[in-house]
Design a protein around this ligand. Structure first.
Ligand SMILES: Nc1nc2c(ncn2[C@@H]2O[C@H](COP(=O)(O)OP(=O)(O)OP(=O)(O)O)[C@@H](O)[C@H]2O)c(=O)[nH]1
Ligand SMILES: [Mg+2]
Length: 335
């Protein structure tokens, strides 16, 4: 795979797939090979009609390995609202990685940004620098631009990360703010939008190379249909929902989360505003969910992969019921 030769290959400008006019169901299909976009990108952009094209993680890893060998500046884009297994990426990252934590606009305005940054310091990964941004409201974009100029090794800056993190949106926003280039990359709220590397010139200082996102393992988002997916992924700033707990009780969200709390506590849900939380004072444990007994310290959160997080004000042991193979982690609270 030649990462820097895309301008002379016939690639879709929106997703990077090689254009072809043979198989309608395969990536890069177009009726006219002179079109700049494949049919799939055209339909995402104009009809919001998304066609899922699945690849396996070996494909993404092979792209990461090739990027590592270049030793150029790499932006590792991380959605602040999701849990990613960043430690597992360590073997595939070079020593020129800038950590870009994005979607700040979704989290409450009051937040200890330093605490978030220190959480990522403790993962055992070496970053040149770290920055919290939002592509939605240009938050810290000038600062990110300066960091790129400071750390870039050549004219190429690679953008990597898990699927849906916001890599292509970040690049499009850069083009809007700092470039005359009118091109833009296809984005969507569903996974695996970018299918191959895309080289895109920002200005004479540098070009970005966008990459397809790595698939997220053990996420609730893999276990639900498209309608529920859209409900779970937040689009607007999350409104925290607080519950005072004085007697044993349980909480249920749709058919994918059930939480049992026995002791006094105050808890806060940070989830998409489109989800409804039901409270019960009698047990109604769903039989198809897996029970995890979780000890949570005061002012810690349980983060549920793909869903969001729940803050606990007091020490407690809770029973958390989730679908099979959905992971969670406990982390000190940053809000
Ligand atoms: N609220 C908010 N949404 C964002 C932000 N950045 C990206 N998004 C949304 O996140 C979703 C995924 O964005 P993409 O740019 O397509 O993500 P990607 O990392 O390129 O995904 P792949 O191409 O699948 O690897 C889209 O719905 C974007 O609108 C942000 O800063 N804030
Ligand atoms: Mg993309």
């Amino acid at each position: 795979m030649a990462l820097r030769k895309e301008s002379i290959m016939n690639k879709c400008e929106g997703c990077g797939a090689l254009l072809q006019n043979v198989d309608k169901l395969k990536e890069g299909y177009t009726t006219n090979l002179d079109n700049p976009l494949c049919n799939r990108c055209f339909r995402i952009r104009h009809y919001n009609d998304y066609q899922l094209i699945e690849k396996d993680n070996d494909y993404y890893i092979s792209i990461l390995k090739e990027i590592k060998s270049k030793n150029d500046l790499t932006l590792l884009v991380v959605d602040l609202f999701q849990i990613y297994d960043l430690v597992n990426l360590k073997p595939y990252l070079n020593s020129n990685v800038l950590l870009v934590l994005t979607k700040r606009d979704l989290l409450p305005e009051k937040l200890y940004e330093d605490k978030i940054l220190s959480y990522f310091d403790n993962l055992g990964l070496d970053f040149l620098d770290k920055i919290i941004i939002s592509s939605k409201n240009n938050y810290h974009f000038d600062e990110l631009y300066d960091l790129i100029l400071k750390y870039k090794k050549s004219q190429y800056v690679y953008v990597v990360g898990y699927t849906n993190a916001g890599k292509s949106t970040l690049i499009n926003n850069f083009l809007k703010l700092y470039s005359d280039n009118l091109q833009f990359i296809t984005t969507s709220n569903l996974p695996s939008t970018t299918l191959n590397t895309i080289e895109i010139k920002v200005n004479d200082s540098f070009s970005f190379i966008d990459t397809p996102g790595i698939l997220v393992k053990n996420s609730l988002l893999d276990k639900v249909n498209e309608d529920v997916f859209k409900k779970i992924v937040p689009k607007k700033r999350i409104k925290p929902i607080v519950y005072q707990i004085k007697t044993p009780q349980s909480f249920k969200i749709d058919d994918f989360l059930y939480l049992k709390i026995k002791e006094k506590n105050n808890i806060v849900f940070y989830l998409s505003n489109n989800l409804k939380i039901e409270r019960f004072f009698k047990d109604k444990v769903p039989s198809d969910l897996v029970c995890h007994k979780v000890f949570v310290k005061a002012r810690h959160d349980i983060l549920i992969n793909g869903l969001g997080f729940i803050k606990f004000m007091e020490d407690c042991e809770v029973e958390l019921f989730l679908p099979t193979n959905v992971s969670y982690l406990v982390r000190f609270s940053v809000i």
